[in-house]
Design a protein around this ligand. Structure first.
Ligand SMILES: [Mg+2]
Length: 264
């Protein structure tokens, strides 16, 4: 891949996509400006490769890889799916070896039907079907106590599996994070300065791994947790929400970068 002058990593829901309508239309001018300058835009989400591939094509970003399943894997450029999924098979096999008295408290997407995932997530049925096509991680509902969860996680850790509890889902993976994937992808483009955009606490890892972190305003999202002043002071904040905020902030950062170049 050729060296880029900048690279953009972005969350989808509430960031590049409108919280209510899921439209990215308001970000079109900024996306075009990035395209004209050959700046890669990397989608980063908890969604699966199957969910991201169609969206990535629609936004016109299929030339770039995407970070899927919360950093557990990468969807290569131009691919429709992540291909064979040995990570997922390994996680499911490890689940089969957890003692039944602990295992029964965990209901993974692989234990549910498409309709079950639709019911659990609130996704429409066709999207729930794509959300079940997993390659790198297994989210599930946890119905046991915290003590039982610690024992369950210990059994899986012994098999090299990492568990992350987001309050709603307990997600099992072989351990990659969004920040790890950012390093990997940025390296492939010659490690240019990184812009990262997100709207919620689950984007914090990505924001902190960027040179120019941008928080997109979302009145529906929880605020970021308190951060050390040095970190908090670095985070730029949009005034507009969703794709309008995305558009606003990318234009402003590109103009700043340009005037720096002219001044140099
Ligand atoms: Mg979001």
């Amino acid at each position: 891949m050729r060296k880029a002058e900048l690279i953009v990593f972005t969350d989808l829901d509430g960031t590049l996509l409108d919280h209510e309508t899921y439209s990215h239309a308001a970000a079109a001018p900024a996306l075009q400006r990035l395209r004209d300058r050959g700046i890669p835009v990397i989608l980063a989400s908890s969604k699966t490769a199957a969910e991201i591939a169609a969206l990535r094509a629609e936004i016109g970003l299929s030339a770039y890889p995407a970070i899927v399943e919360n950093g557990a894997g990468i969807l290569p450029a131009h691919a429709d799916s992540a291909g064979a999924a040995p990570d997922y098979a390994r996680i499911r096999a490890a689940l089969d070896r957890v003692p039944p008295e602990l295992r029964r408290h965990f209901t993974g997407f692989g234990d549910m039907t498409d309709a079950g995932v639709a019911h659990s997530t609130g996704l429409p049925l066709d999207q729930a079907r794509l959300a079940r096509q997993r390659s790198y991680s297994e989210p599930g509902e946890w119905a046991g106590s915290d003590t039982e969860r610690a024992a369950f996680e210990k059994c899986l850790a012994d098999e090299g599996i990492t568990a992350r509890y987001g309050g709603r889902y307990l997600t099992l993976s072989l351990g990659g994070t969004k920040a790890d994937r950012m390093d990997e992808i940025a390296a492939a483009y010659g490690n240019p300065p990184r812009i990262a955009l997100g709207d919620a606490p689950n984007d914090l890892e990505m924001l902190l791994a960027a040179d120019m972190p941008v928080l997109i305003r979302n009145p529906h999202a929880k605020p970021l947790p308190p951060l050390p002043e040095k970190q908090a002071g670095r985070i730029l904040k949009s005034t507009k929400t969703g794709p309008s905020g995305w558009n606003e902030m990318i234009h402003s950062l590109l103009s700043k970068a340009q005037s720096r170049q002219i001044g140099a």
